[in-house]
Design a protein around this ligand. Sequence first.
Ligand code: COA
Length: 389
Amino acid sequence: MSVPIGIHDLSFATTEFVLPHAALAEYNGTDIGKYHVGIGQESMSVPAADEDIVTMGAAAAAPVIARHGTSRIRTVVFATESSIDQAKSAGVYVHSLLGLQPACRVVELKQACYGATAALQFAIGLVRRDLAQQVLVIASDVSKYELDSPGEATQGAAAVAMLVGADPALVRIEEPSGLFTADVMDFWRPNYREAALVDGQESINAYLQAVEGTWKDYAEQDGYPLEEFAAFVYHQPFTKMAYKAHRHLLDFCGTATDEDAIARALGQTTAYNTVIGNSYTASVYLGLAALLDQADDLTGRPVGLLSYGSGSVAEFFAGTVVAGYRGHLRTAANHEAIARRTPVDYVGYRALHERSFPADGGDHRAPAQTTGPFRLAGISGHKRLYEAR
Ligand code: COA
């Protein structure tokens, strides 16, 4: 039997500020039930003026480096769909902020919210080639839609860092994977736009098609039967989507839709995304963190993961939870990352949403707002300046 490879450590970070959906509902006159029940969101993480995908990614990865050191990390893969540069990988800034060794390859990956799963699978391939190496996978995104658009209520921001290696302490990633790609325009962001464009209903339909497609491919390759899974972790652009997806999967498989069983299979996976909002590439792994932090004992049980990225590419695969995993969780730190956020009112949120650096090549400093470990100090001569706090 081949050496198990998977997630050895998992840490996440989110933003300085949080906007409760109650404030958004009060501003736009929406019944709060639509947000709390209809889409399953209670609040959204809002980045400070001096936070971005790099500061969140570095903040997520720093505890992983503190625990495991840097000597085995020869690859960093940074997955994002809210990239800050068309040429330089955001991961190179993180590599510098964390003091990783120069003997390292660093690259950025993109395919909407699916990118981190590609990163994870590519990391497994690299580790398989040399079992002594570890790969640092970072998924970091700021989800930003137009103000006053339907997507606005599903915004959020967070980063997940995963250390991928042999004999993982948390989750062994299994073969096969069920794969699915279809050329659809459900969500996209042309290079000249800061906010994403989305056809909301089309994106839900495309997601459900992808659930079907990945499961069909997974089953054809003799993956685990549906009833074998202890839980299902879906990409959660809004947490209600996980329920839509799972009901669709059960219908597709001709299995009775028992609401209690669905709640048992999904309920613990939505706790972090409900209060953080959509974190694109990080979303499905925040779902995994929430499950591991809350479930009684998942030792030896396979968990189904469904990663979906608009456009679209999706993958369904199993991760089996490793004996002793609870001793390696970061539950207290995860709760603290959420609890430490400062509530922002609607006016403050709107100002942050509308804020951007002038693109004139001048020297522009960011106001000091974040209390996190890293900050974007400003932009000078078109160069982003980061610093540890
Ligand atoms: N109480 C409870 N539920 C309510 C409600 C209320 N007062 N008012 C509305 N709802 C329910 C609706 O019935 C609907 O539920 P359903 O989907 O189960 O039918 C849900 O809330 C959303 O209402 P809807 O009118 O469809 O909302 P919307 O037009 O604002 O669009 C999204 C919702 C998710 C499509 C929109 O936020 C969006 O475009 N998001 C970004 C894209 C995205 O996240 N795509 C997902 C795939 S990647």
